[in-house]
Design a protein around this ligand. Structure first.
Ligand code: MN
Length: 128
């Protein structure tokens, strides 16, 4: 058993996010596991770009109020305790609402593929 040294909080790169996002790594599987668990902290209005996960993703909301959207579907509001599962290869984004912080745990295996940023009008639900 090991109490792991705490890793520094990392800023989410601008290629992947709009607005300020901070990430804390929690767990990384050892081979052959590809598990990755991170806490992702979105400031109000911050969100991921469109992306998908090769083996899907589970989100567990721990704080605040957020939004998720899958391609071709309406935006959905998420709150603490909500569990959101996105299947493999389904394009989607997630983030905070415009007036709240949001933190979720992200549980993934596999790789991510990144697409365009979520523009302001798209984020407001006005289409693009
Ligand atoms: Mn995702």
């Amino acid at each position: 058993m090991q109490i792991k040294p705490r890793k520094p909080t990392m800023k989410g790169p601008a290629e992947w996010f709009t607005g300020e996002v901070w990430m804390d790594g929690i767990a990384q599987g050892e081979e052959p596991s590809r598990l990755n668990v991170s806490a992702v902290h979105f400031t109000p209005g911050a969100r991921t770009a469109w992306h998908c996960h090769s083996l899907g993703q589970t989100l567990y909301v721990t704080e605040g109020e957020g939004l998720v959207q899958s391609r071709g579907e309406p935006m959905v509001t998420i709150r603490p305790g909500d569990v959101v599962h996105t299947p493999a290869h389904e394009w989607h984004w997630h983030g905070a609402t415009h007036d709240h912080f949001m933190t979720h745990l992200s549980i993934t295996e596999g790789d991510m593929e990144w697409g365009p940023h979520v523009g302001d009008s798209e984020y407001r639900g006005e289409g693009d």
